[in-house]
Design a protein around this ligand. Sequence first.
Ligand SMILES: [Zn+2]
Length: 498
Amino acid sequence: MPTTQTLAANKYPVTVIIGLEVHVQLKTQTKLFCGCTTQFGMPANSQVCPVCLGMPGALPVMNREAIKLSVRTGLALNCDIPPLTKWDRKQYFYPDLPKGYQISQFDLPICADGFVEITDPANPDAIRRIGIIRAHLEEDAGKSMHDESSGVSDSKIDLNRCGTPLLEIVSQPDLRSADEAKAYLSELKLLLTHLGVSDCEMQQGSLRVDANVNLHIDVDGKKVATPIVEVKNLNSFRNVGRALDYEVERQLIAWEDTGETIDDAPKRTFGWDDVNERTFAQREKEESADYRYFPDPDLLPVRLPREWVEELGQTLGELPAATRTRLQDQFGLKTYDSDVIVNQGPAVIEYFETAATRSGDARKTSSWMLQDVMRTMKERDLNAKSFPIPAERLGDLVHQIVDGKLDNARARDVFEYLLEHDDSVDAALAALGIESVNEDDIVDLCRELLAENPQVIADVQAGKQQAVGALIGKARGKNPNANPKVVRQTLLDLIAQS
Ligand SMILES: [Zn+2]
């Protein structure tokens, strides 16, 4: 948010209208219409051929895998998959587009009319359904690099990305806040990585976002809309959030200043300045008529047989939304816990399921997962596969707590030990000298403590139950294996009997 401006002056109700266009690089070995590799980080212009360079007479050949990945995505996004799809040329001139046109899909996209469900960031128990207008396949352009370090402006072109398959997923303008936009992107990313469609590495440009945003302002019962701004090429979820927050405030102030509405200027194209944390105007956006779309004469339309699409549908596996519901129904997890676990991906889900089944207490297991396990993973840059404590062993540890053999503090000691030693929980208990203390010993210990601290008896009898708290630490000092909960209850029982 810009710090010098506030929303305070506004007296009209404002509805924020956001739609996102997400460009996802598909995880194919080769480009969309030629055999060049799509590997990231190779020397500039080393992954090119006459087809992706746009040499006259070179003919494109469609990549089947890209079609398959797109259909899988469309099915997971609840889209209709049409029986026929086709390729169109989108004409524009830019130095990083040597062909002078981009092969894309205009009026017959490969996926249409779907939706994604997200957890409402303002209410974790509510689900918001975000419509998907379409998803179409297209090829990426190259990359221009402007180097001004030598003092002389120097531009270079790297065409390695030219022809890389992108799926552009266009949402309905159903998002109502920057937080919702981020929740939608997280869910989309989760779905795409789950399907193995894309690795969604934003730093490598394999997921890029254009955000369309404007405001509907209710002026005494009459709806006024501000011009739509498309903020291009946002390369992190954080920047999507910041750009949207900034635009909401900027548009409101601009409207208050100038009264300009969507009728005066339908749409503008902006960029995001990460350093100064503001959006800025770019070239005016072309209308689709300016691109002179026409069917690509070098490529046949693509038939998508019903049976083939249905077969693909059966290979999707359990999608993240279904896993969340299952963790809630089968394991009794709360919405928040199931969200966190599912959002970590398949390996963490599997780890949790194994540990929870072993421990016999899914909620307690999930609380250990969300706190100790994930914190350690983050601190040590580990994942569920490289984590030193196997899922079964964590299950055994939690089981000891559930059984009352270990309190949380002692369990944490065992956890720390297991992080460093490839031992069973029993071996860890032995190594740490932890043994369960029998009831008689606890009673003796508590009697001793009460004899030494008669004031506590008087306080508890006067109604101050919390006074026993002072003795629990002392019990630990006498016997580190004494379970604080059991000590507390024993003390209260003895005082009641005295
Ligand atoms: Zn090529």
